[in-house]
Design a protein around this ligand. Structure first.
Ligand code: HSE
Length: 434
């Protein structure tokens, strides 16, 4: 047994909002159970908050507004639940450089600075755990980092933002437009007062960077992620999807792409897609998250659950805290960063995608041929075409085979300028059918 066993493990908590409050509560209420699981008591040594006077529910002797001093005190683990880049980055680097393990839910920080944080952890042998940074309560990062460490992951694709999933699910069920649905979601408390990070895809892009880094043993940052939000999704897109037996979802997609010459790269992107209603991710409604993983030996895996909220996210934080505390009890260490593959990130334009395009065109001879000619000119192969007549206008619904995204974009741009095309009703990438 290590010399450390039995001695309390001192925990500093930075931030005590919705998640931090739940972590503090569980640490206190479950103290006996957690000590038994860890092999030593977990002692909450201090809680750093901006305004200690705003937290009458917490023991005053634990509260401080001086996070730097708390990090520098004789704590063993720092749990960071503040979010944002600074000052969280400075505090966590200080903790890791002092050999203190870190548990964080900070996706924005990890998506930008995980290399720096991992190197600081490696220098002292400290642990850096961040299960709560992606998909809340869902055990996902540990399966990618540990359970699948012997496999070759080819794709991670999921709904990792509950706000946008709630909005798209509501648009699907009510037929209402985006702006109206966002207003309603804000009114009901499902969207933040400033929903930008969610609806513009920044939150999902940070999570995609973290997922891709773990899945492909490659450093991927938020800047590497192609990002499109849901503000451009219209009621017409939802109707077009329904007509084809599909639903619209905002997905984070991380793929291993192998070129004809065998060279590998990764594609990491966040954008709305049309998915067949029969796809497992289509049935994920409301504010839930779900992530679908494909690996060579394991095949297809699906992870589903609550992606946000105080108690669900605290579950992931506590799981990490128990893990790093157990490591400290045996003077061991969890897995280090694994970035040995260092695969290049493929630009979006070079990424193979499929498009759905709905058009209203003049119903005169030769129009279908003219439209098809534009696809052919851009080397884009059409998979299916459906036509419906409506008086002097015909509605064309085209779904392509895989082609480079840039070629598909150019095709759509050119089609939009054709005289015979009255309206481009809906353009969206299609997933889940290959
Ligand atoms: N804002 C996020 C969401 C939750 O809507 O899913 C935290 O990552």
């Amino acid at each position: 047994m290590s010399a450390r066993a039995g001695r309390p493990i001192k925990v500093a908590l930075l931030g005590c909002g919705t998640v931090g409050g739940e972590v503090a509560r569980l640490l206190t209420e479950q103290a006996g159970e957690l000590a038994a699981r860890v092999g030593a008591p977990l002692e909450l040594a201090g809680i750093a908050v901006r305004r200690p006077d705003k937290h009458p529910e917490l023991p005053p002797e634990l509260l401080t507004s001086d996070a730097t001093a708390l990090v520098e005190s004789d704590v063993d683990v720092v749990v960071e639940l503040i979010g944002g880049i600074e000052p969280a980055r400075t505090w966590l680097l200080a903790a890791l450089r002092a050999g203190k393990s870190v548990v964080t839910a900070n996706k924005a920080l990890l998506a930008e600075h995980s290399a720096e944080l991992s190197e600081a952890a490696d220098a002292t042998g400290a642990d850096l755990y961040f299960e709560a940074s992606v998909a809340g309560a869902i055990p996902l990062l540990r399966p990618l980092r540990e359970s699948l460490a012997g496999d070759r992951i080819t794709r991670v694709m999921g709904i990792v933002n509950g706000t946008t999933n709630y909005i798209l699910s509501a648009m699907d069920s009510t037929g209402a437009g985006y702006a109206e649905t966002l207003d309603e979601a804000s009114r009901l408390g499902y969207a933040e007062a400033d929903p930008t990070a969610d609806v513009d895809g920044y939150d999902a892009a940070s999570k995609a960077a973290i997922l891709a880094s773990l899945a492909f043993h490659t450093r991927v940052t938020a800047a590497d992620v192609h990002r499109e939000g849901i503000a451009g999704v219209s009621a017409s897109d939802i109707v077009a999807a329904k007509v084809l037996g599909r639903t619209v979802k905002l997905l984070a997609i991380c793929e291993r792409v192998t070129s004809a010459d065998g060279t590998e790269s990764v594609s990491v992107r966040v954008h709305p897609v049309m998915l067949p209603r029969t796809h497992q991710l289509s049935g994920v409604g409301g504010a839930f998250n779900a992530v679908y993983v494909e690996a060579d030996a394991a095949g297809e895996l699906m992870f589903y659950g609550q992606g946000a909220g105080g108690a669900p996210t605290a579950s992931a934080v506590l799981g990490d805290l128990v893990a790093v505390a157990r490591n400290q009890v045996v003077s061991g260490r969890g897995p280090r960063e694994s970035a040995h593959a260092a695969l290049p990130v493929r630009p979006m334009g070079q990424t193979p995608t499929r498009y759905h395009v709905s058009l209203d065109v003049a119903d005169v001879p030769g129009v279908l041929a003219q439209v098809a000619q534009v696809f052919a000119a851009h080397d884009v192969s059409i998979a299916t075409v459906r036509q419906r007549d409506r008086h002097s206008t015909a509605s064309l619904v085209i779904v392509t085979h895989l082609a480079k995204d840039a070629a598909l974009q150019s095709t759509v741009d050119e089609i939009g300028k054709m005289d015979v095309v009255r309206e481009v009703v809906s353009v969206m990438r299609v997933e889940g059918e290959d």
